[in-house]
Design a protein around this ligand. Structure first.
Ligand code: NAD
Length: 416
């Protein structure tokens, strides 16, 4: 049987809970996902066959507000994975001081095997199954791996049709034409870039002199690479995705690589202007900064000791296993943890929800400056907690986040 991701995630929680002497009752409550919904639903395929699919939506904890978190379409989605992702969302939202709890969803499906119409029917049926569970004041989904603004537009429409009115605040990450926020697409990458620059500043490294490798070239990886190159003048020397890795010691042209990917079914495979490497070679490169921005468990005990970068900024959720983390920390590598580093996405999702509720929209400049301010505040809280507790940055981030949730649980009390 494969190891539970949730049990792994609890290890970090427990380390932080021990250090901060968390109340045992609150601890028991926060260790478990509050609600987990499994839906089995039919979809009529283009050839007239009916196929069954399994979907999930988990609300880990809603003490601080409605659940918030993305929906993932992937053949390996399991309840354990969705519960873990929801658990991480609770801490991410608290760390950024967003009035949300943690949620996450997923469908076990390979969307590349579906036509656009099949994908639409799958998305609409899944969201109908979730109807009673979600809503602007209950649970607000967003994009995650293999879902995008179009899928969010279908969710919005499905919910609105069932309600008999347009409900913009039910999902975030929507197209800007239907209540989306400017800056949402790049938000996670922008947050990663802000954290990378801040970590460089704190460790006395000049980011404009730094070399960077990025694993994963989807929404998070490509936006992180682009912003680090354009705004911070860092040199991105290697990028990988599911198909290949490309390397140029003089720096890749990220705009060109994004344009190539967009014309090549979303993959960088076959890019003619850089040296091709095996996908996994990205980890062993001689770079200053490594940004894992693909999926969880990418850096394991098997490849951790190859890593030469002195700074890892987690664009993905859970890219480093606990065993790998021990090796990395003992090698003196600073890890900016996922719940801080990739929190830019949910933060701009929060801005989108606020704009939808007040029907008043902000410009890109305002979004970027509010995002940066909130990311830097969270970074600084984590940094100084790390110093205070003499611990690593991940444990510190959990301490900050757990404190915020625990305070609310204490004030609200345990019902009844
Ligand atoms: P995406 O689907 O847009 O991109 C995923 C990328 O990873 C693709 O380029 C894919 O080819 C690549 N990939 C998959 N397997 C790989 C492998 N074995 N080696 C190298 N590359 C591989 O997804 P995304 O939205 O960019 O999400 C990436 C990660 O960031 C996930 O862990 C997600 O949960 C997390 N995240 C996303 C957001 C967001 O706003 N999109 C916010 C916070 C966290």
């Amino acid at each position: 049987m494969s190891k539970s991701l949730y049990q792994d995630a609890l290890k970090t929680f427990s380390r932080a809970a021990d250090l901060m002497n968390l109340d045992p009752g609150v601890r028991k409550f926060l260790e478990r996902p509050q609600r987990s919904l499994i839906v089995e639903f039919p979809v009529v395929m283009d050839d007239g066959r009916t196929e069954m699919f399994t979907g999930y939506r988990v609300q880990h904890n809603t003490a601080r507000g409605p659940a918030k978190g993305g929906v993932r379409y992937h053949p390996n989605v399991t309840l354990d994975e969705v519960q873990t992702l929801a658990f991480w969302m609770t801490w991410k939202c608290a760390l950024l001081n967003l009035p949300y709890g943690g949620g996450k969803g997923g469908i076990k499906v390979d969307p590349s095997k579906l036509s656009v119409r099949e994908l639409e029917r799958l998305s609409r049926r899944y969201f109908s199954e979730l109807h009673k569970f979600v809503g602007p004041q209950k649970d607000i989904p967003a994009p995650d791996v293999n879902t995008n603004a179009q899928v969010m537009a279908w969710y919005l429409d499905t919910y609105s049709m069932n309600e008999g009115r347009t409900v913009l605040g039910v999902v975030t990450g929507k197209p800007v034409e239907v209540g989306g926020s400017s800056g949402r697409n790049e938000a996670t990458g922008r947050g990663v870039a802000v954290c990378t620059a801040e970590a460089c500043k704190m460790t006395g490294k000049d980011i404009s002199e730094a070399t960077v490798a990025v694993q994963g070239f989807g929404n998070v990886g490509s936006a992180s690479a682009k912003i680090l190159q354009d705004d911070y003048k860092a040199k991105i020397i290697a990028v990988s995705d599911v198909s290949a890795a490309y390397y140029d010691p003089n720096g890749l042209d990220i705009d060109d690589l994004i344009a190539y990917r967009d014309q090549n079914h979303g993959l960088i495979d076959g890019y003619p202007k850089a040296q091709r490497l095996d996908r996994e070679e990205i980890f062993g490169l001689d770079v200053d900064i490594l940004i894992p921005a693909a999926l969880e468990k990418s850096i394991t005990a098997e490849n951790a000791s190859e890593i030469k970068a002195k700074l890892i900024v987690e664009g993905a959720n859970g890219p480093v296993t606990p065993e790998a983390e021990k090796i990395l920390l003992s090698n003196g590598i600073l890890i900016v943890p996922d719940i801080l580093a990739n929190a830019g996405g949910v933060t701009v999702s929060y801005f989108e929800w606020v704009q939808d509720l007040q029907s008043f929209f902000w410009d890109l400049e305002e979004i970027r400056s509010k995002l940066k301010k909130m990311m830097l505040k969270a970074f600084s809280e984590v940094w100084y907690t790390m110093k205070d507790y003499d611990t690593d940055m991940r444990t510190a981030a959990y301490i900050v986040a757990i404190k915020k949730v625990a305070e609310v649980v204490k004030l609200r009390g345990i019902y009844p």
